[in-house]
Design a protein around this ligand. Structure first.
Ligand code: XMP
Length: 484
């Protein structure tokens, strides 16, 4: 019988190092075959972890977020759009309204799309004016037409399509304006450049961006019923990769879904999972996967292993899957079980190209949902996607159109369900960039301890040593009364 190991079972033996500073450790990697990242961090497709706010924050830092799929197709598409519209060199299809639309409609669309300005156009696309949040903040007549409050075209500063970014920056700066609509030869709207986007380019130099300068985002899809329609719509909204998300990814469902997406939707980056074995990884790669997500029962909110008796400790799962992917150059994403920065180093040293993080991010400001106060301490809620609460919510939402009574349905789900996840409170941790800073700082130090300047070198030099429970105990703070 083989022995399976996880992060706490091993340490990396320190090696001679000529890495002079942590800054010299290069953390560039790949998320999928074609998508590169500046840091190997992916936020999990869980409904208490990644919607647009988290995806934007993680992409700005150089990682990528995966929008979860427990939303209607329209809602998931809208989350992707919010990320894609959040910044870009040029926003190619800015949000528009007609002059006869109302201020209420403007408010709604600003909230829905997460934008602060709307270009007002007539039929055919000719620019009539610009409406910004500032114009309507104190407006108390929601039924008023936007043409009454917009900045009209004659007072609007615009630039021609194709203007250079530096020139656009100058125009914005000299005129003390925040939005610069772009026009074509006929005065029609041809794009928008905002001062916020130009600032963001300076503030987040490592951001994960597409060829148009927009933040990258991935989106999860299932393997049943509407998954092809959902996939098509998500790609239409600009999703950079699809994540075929199924608990047991080494299955005909997952293999067929990957093949169908590749066949029907063409040149799209597809991540598939979850698997925990070499054969699981190679079968998904054989089906066309551009990255394989690895982890069965490794997550902090998972009870799959106790409920089903199935799973592989995460470090072994990564190593075996890496072996299964050998020769294909398809990246492996280590999903679940990361509790400390050192776990990221171990996952990468074992050959993963990135790690997916759930609960460590669930307690941050950017995760969906409010904070709750208990005994004076702030918490956020996290839950497994196969927990009872998540299953009930999902079934209630799916049934909304078909009609059974909500309480009857809940009773039925509770009766039938065998949850493979749990729900819990997680201490509020503040902004996610602080958590990422700790993870990446620890990873860089870890690379330096292994004498590695980049991930290929880390993998080549890594010498894992198996430790005992006494060794693990020694690794933690001990024999002191901890203050901080
Ligand atoms: P962490 O440890 O980062 O793990 O919180 C996140 C990953 O856990 C997986 N996940 C589940 N696994 N039952 C499971 O067995 C569940 O209900 C569940 N929900 C999430 C998922 O792979 C996620 O990325």
């Amino acid at each position: 019988m083989r022995v399976g190991l996880t992060f706490d079972d091993v340490l990396l033996v320190p090696k001679f190092s000529d890495v002079k500073s942590r800054r010299d450790a290069d953390t560039h990697t790949r998320f999928t075959r074609k998508i590169s990242l500046a840091i190997p961090i992916v936020s999990a497709n869980m409904d208490t972890v990644t919607e647009s706010t988290m995806a934007i924050a993680i992409a700005r830092l150089g990682g990528i977020g995966v929008i979860h799929r427990f939303l209607t197709v329209e809602e998931e598409v809208s989350e992707v759009l919010k990320v894609k519209r959040s910044e870009g060199v040029v926003i190619e299809d800015p949000v528009t309204l007609g002059p006869g639309d109302t201020i209420k409609e403007a408010w709604d669309i600003m909230r829905e799309r997460g934008v602060g300005g709307i270009v007002i156009v007539e039929k055919g696309g000719k620019i009539l004016g610009l409406l910004t949040k500032r114009d309507i903040t104190l407006e108390d007549e929601p039924g008023r037409k936007v043409r009454k409050v917009m900045t009209p075209a004659r007072r609007l500063i615009t630039a021609r399509k194709g203007v250079r970014l530096e020139q656009a920056r100058k125009i914005l700066h000299e005129n003390k304006i925040e939005k610069l609509p772009l026009v074509d030869g006929g005065g029609r709207l041809a794009g928008l450049i905002t001062s916020k986007d130009i600032m963001k380019r300076r503030q987040f130099p490592m951001a994960t961006k597409d060829s148009k300068g927009r933040l990258r985002v991935a989106a999860a899809v299932g393997v049943k019923s509407d998954f092809l329609v959902r996939s098509e719509k998500l790609l239409g909204a600009g999703a950079d990769a699809l994540v075929v998300d199924i608990a047991h990814g080494h299955s005909s469902y997952a293999v067929d879904a990957v093949k169908a997406i590749k066949k029907e939707l063409g040149d799209v980056e597809v991540v598939a999972g979850n698997v925990a074995t070499a054969k699981g990884a190679s079968d998904l790669i054989g089906a066309g996967a551009d990255a394989v997500k690895v982890g069965v029962g490794s997550g902090s909110i998972c009870v799959t292993r106790v409920v089903t008796g199935s799973g592989v400790p995460q470090l072994t799962a990564i190593m075996d899957s890496v072996a299964g992917a050998e020769g294909s150059s398809i990246p492996i994403i280590g999903d679940g079980g990361v509790r400390n920065p050192g776990d990221v180093t171990k996952a990468l040293a074992a050959g993963a190209s990135s790690v997916m993080i759930g609960s460590l991010f669930a307690g941050t400001e950017e995760s969906p949902g409010p904070t709750v106060l208990r005994d004076g301490v702030r918490y956020k809620l996290t839950r497994g996607m196969a927990s009872l609460a998540a299953t009930v919510d999902r079934r209630v939402r799916e049934a909304q159109s078909t009609g059974p009574k909500e309480d009857e349905l809940i009773e039925e789900v509770i009766e039938e369900s065998v949850p493979e996840g749990v729900e819990g409170l997680i201490p509020y941790k503040g902004r996610v960039d602080e958590v990422v800073k700790q993870l990446v700082g620890g990873l860089r130090s870890g690379m330096s301890y292994s004498g590695a300047h980049d991930f290929p070198e880390l993998r080549a030099k890594a010498e894992f040593m198996r430790i005992t429970s006494a060794g693990h105990k020694e690794s933690l703070p001990h024999d002191i009364q901890r203050v901080i």
